[in-house]
Design a protein around this ligand. Sequence first.
Ligand SMILES: [Zn+2]
Length: 289
Amino acid sequence: MCVMELTMKTKIVYSEKCLSYGTWHIEGPQRVKIASEILKAKGYEFVEPTPASEDALLTVHDAEYLWNLKKGTVEDPDTPAYENIYEFAKLSAGGALLASKINGFSLMRPPGHHAGRNGAALGVYTRGFCYANNMAIAVKKLGKRMLILDIDGHHGNGTQEIFQGDEKIIYVSLHQSPNYPGTGSFTEGNCINFTLPANCGGKLYLETLDKALGALDLSKFEAMGVSCGFDTHLGDLATLGLIEQDYFNIGKRIASLGKPAFFVLEGGYVGENVGMDIDNLLMGYEEKR
Ligand SMILES: [Zn+2]
């Protein structure tokens, strides 16, 4: 048996059902469809999620917000009230829940980290393409002391709002500033924020990630969830000038913490890049694990 066969490859959590809405939007089906095709061609094993229950969503969101989401009455300039969006949001949350159980990677949409308890979070006026906070729902369900590492290029204002002051959770975000949503410019208690200038490049990014993770007390958390956005990729919506090799190094750094991890897709709007970046991140993660 060769060495490759002994390495457990991270499974991809994915359902084609998430492709059937919002074809005109930048947060559209192509980004995950193309990424899924790349990962399939590379031999990843895929598993299908089932929708999260309403009770699971209620651990994070207020009933009134969910009711309005279900009725299709919540809309903002970034985040349309698509038909049946509540069902798509539940399935995407189900993807995060399954990923958290099997230490997999949820390649589902819609994303979640801008969604706070009642929708738009921390005074931001849109939900930034997000409906339910997938990562927060999975973390609540696990009920463990957790590190949430948010490597999307935007600050996860929803995740910060939900876990601000929660003693079981450490939230760490690296994001471009200035940019949407405008929050996360400083550290507040258990929510540790690092801002980076547009196109700062992989060297500064990885130095900052080292600083962020190096300062953590590893005894404070049992496992980690990674809010994985790839809009930090060169040329994307929150570009930090990162290229494929940088995601390999990010994956290695995540593995070096020595904790069980799962991954949930956030942003990243060029499907080819999303697929290649996920592959690189997971290769780096698995090499070091
Ligand atoms: Zn983003």
